[in-house]
Design a protein around this ligand. Structure first.
Ligand code: PMP
Ligand code: GLU
Length: 394
């Protein structure tokens, strides 16, 4: 008999983590797998951040921290929001959590009642849909396609709103499409939202710095939006700190208080040493991480160039993050090396088995025509991976 709760039985496993685990397992068996599955920088955490952590250990930052984070960190985050995003937050509006993933989970838990609808422009990041469902919410996908650079228009947004719509969650730069919403596009979206004052927005800006477009706009900086926006960010991606597990939000104070309340019962707050290190990260000038962003930019150009040569791949040019998200539906219904490709899951499995390259199916991101490659790996690996893929599809 299944002893587990309906809640967990109804939850899907994270496809990004599952594919990464599968690639690791095959590697351990001696297979020469190139993993383009997990979105994780291949750089080490910069030395100045590591130094801050070492100092924190020596200075005995070993006790419980305030549940919502050290005051010095929350003040540094306020400075960052002001400097980079033009957002005016006070420390009482900031909550530091165990990764942006936990920030998102907190938000869902404190904002959603059973049946509340959450609009998710698709493709969306894999965990949004499950976090929303886990919290009783109903994900409502707003589909987009490669033809429109995977961006939701203001008209599409308006058409998807119902009396039950409670929130809209999106990421820009977007994981998985790499699309970056311009100020004009966000202003048009904000104009629609003006008519629906009860809808709250989650703006996931974790790829803010990994952005080649030259511009970045936080929706909270558009007049009227800050009061209803929860700005989510973290240090995992830009500072190569995925394992340190620090994320944070800026939010209306009543939401920040609620997130602190839940965190007080569930984690007691984020890791003390990682919080001290994060002060150094968020206070840093963006020149400190430019070498990583430049490397991602070069790899983006490299991968796009190589992927465009593969017959049947339809691509947008991602302006941020470190993913490419080709539409591979050209292959559906075809048979490759005796394997029938019915959908993106089959295609991704085919690449794993016949090209030894791990990717993630677009289904996990709400787009069944695509697959996702992460290019957060070396240029040699990328060249070899794309060569293998091309060969396996020839
Ligand atoms: N949002 C997006 C769009 C992401 O890609 C990730 C990647 N992990 C997260 C949130 C969660 O970040 P963290 O590692 O800080 O939990
Ligand atoms: N955000 C990364 C990704 O999408 C890391 C994996 C995860 O947190 O799910 O691949």
């Amino acid at each position: 008999m299944n002893q587990l709760s309906d809640r967990i039985n109804n939850l899907s496993t994270s496809q990004t983590l599952a594919m990464a685990a599968k690639a690791r397992e095959l590697k351990a068996q001696g297979k020469d797998i190139i993993s383009l599955s997990l979105g994780e920088p291949d750089f080490n955490t910069p030395d100045f951040i590591k130094e801050a952590a070492k100092k924190a250990i020596d200075e005995n930052y070993s006790a419980y921290t305030p549940v919502d984070g050290y005051v010095e960190l929350k003040e540094a985050i306020c400075r960052k929001f002001k400097r980079d995003n033009g957002l005016d937050y006070t420390p009482s509006q900031i909550v530091v959590s165990t990764g942006a993933k936990q920030s998102l989970y907190n938000i869902a838990q404190v904002m959603l009642n059973d049946g509340d609808e959450v609009l998710l422009p698709a493709p969306y990041w894999v965990s949004y849909v499950e976090i929303v469902k886990l919290s009783g919410g109903v994900p409502v996908e707003v589909p987009t396609s490669v033809e429109t650079d995977f961006k939701m228009t203001a008209e599409q947004l308006e058409a998807a709103i119902t009396p039950k719509t409670k929130m809209m969650w999106f990421s820009s730069p977007c994981n998985p499409s790499g699309s970056v919403y311009s100020r004009e596009e966000l202003t048009a979206i904000a104009k629609v939202l003006e008519k629906y004052p009860n809808i709250y927005i989650v703006s996931d800006e974790i790829y803010e710095h990994i952005n080649y477009s030259g511009t970045f706009c936080s929706i909270g900086s558009i007049p009227g939006m800050l009061e209803r926006t929860i700005t989510v960010n973290g240090v995992a991606k830009a500072f190569a700190m995925t394992g340190w597990r620090i994320g944070y939000i800026g939010a209306p104070e009543f939401i920040a208080k609620a997130c602190t309340k839940i965190q007080g019962q569930v984690t007691s707050g984020a890791n003390s040493i990682a919080q001290r290190a994060t002060i150094a990260a968020v206070d840093a000038d963006s020149s400190a991480i430019k070498y990583m962003v430049d490397a991602f930019h070069r790899r983006r150009d490299l991968v796009i160039g190589l992927a465009q040569e593969i017959p049947g791949f339809k691509l947008n040019v991602p302006e941020g993050a470190f993913y490419v998200f080709p539409d591979v539906s050209y292959y559906f219904g075809k048979t490759l090396n005796g394997v029938e490709i019915k959908n993106a899951d089959d295609f991704s499995m085919y690449l794993l088995e016949h090209a030894n390259v791990a990717t993630v199916t677009g289904d996990a991101f709400g787009n069944p025509n695509c697959i996702r490659f992460s290019y957060a790996t070396s240029e040699e690996q990328l060249i070899e991976a794309l060569r293998r893929i091309k060969e396996a599809l020839a």
